[in-house]
Design a protein around this ligand. Structure first.
Ligand code: E4P
Length: 217
């Protein structure tokens, strides 16, 4: 499973750059950075080798297409993020015909994901955390989307989004999701374990028991 960082922070991307396969942004994350949007996205695209999703803000198809073309000109690894609306999927269909990759976002139901794949979306992003927040089961949605895509051989990739904790990442991987995108704080926890820290501390303390003449360093 690929690991994407869900952020618009260059500092966070820079720190985890060697470990991540791509980046997703959204208007909320971009707003936090206080930078001109296109300039920021272009810099992110230069920093990351994999796909970088940047979202349109128009609500009508023509407006989305105009913004999508502006975004797509920024870099080869740019993926246009488009909301799961009728207008959005019309734009996805058009962009997919032109070979511009798209990520259909704000996906909360299997039928939205089915229509996104039929429109030619490269990626869909089910928001598991926001579903769980309302006492739903975000991972059940991911499982259903994956099964539907398998049933019909869609090659749209599933990005498990709105990830809140590392259990979401584990469950996404167990289900065979293609990608999980997560905030910096969750990504950092993928490797952290108190028993690793404790074990290392103990090994280093015991190493001091090896006589200096026996130690190569
Ligand atoms: C995905 O592409 C979105 O940017 C993101 O995962 C939303 O997460 P949130 O629910 O934590 O805002």
């Amino acid at each position: 499973m690929k690991i994407f960082l869900d952020t618009a922070s260059l500092r966070e991307i820079e720190e985890l750059r060697g470990f991540i396969d791509g980046v997703t942004t959204n208007p909320t994350l971009v707003a936090k950075e206080g930078r001109p949007f296109l300039e920021l996205v272009e810099e992110i695209c230069r920093l990351v080798e994999g796909p970088v999703s940047a979202e349109v803000t128009a609500l009508d198809t023509a407006g989305m297409l105009a913004q999508a073309r502006q975004l797509a000109r920024l870099a080869d690894n740019l993926v246009v993020k488009i909301p799961a609306t009728w207008e959005g999927l019309a734009a996805v269909r058009e962009l997919s015909g032109q070979g511009i990759p798209t990520n259909v976002t704000l996906v909360f139901s299997p039928t939205q994901a089915l229509l996104a794949a039929k429109a030619g979306a490269s990626y869909v992003s089910p928001f598991v955390g926001r579903i769980d927040d309302r006492a739903g089961d975000g991972m059940e949605l991911v499982a259903e989307i994956l099964e539907i895509y398998r049933n019909y051989g869609f090659d749209t990739q599933v990005i498990v989004a709105s990830v809140r904790h590392i259990r979401h990442v584990v469950e996404a991987a167990l289900l065979g999701a293609h990608i999980a995108t997560m905030p910096y704080q969750v990504a950092k926890k993928l490797l952290d374990h108190p028993l690793t820290d404790l074990g290392l501390e103990r090994f280093l303390a015991d190493w001091k028991g090896v006589p200096p003449a026996h130690r190569p360093w």
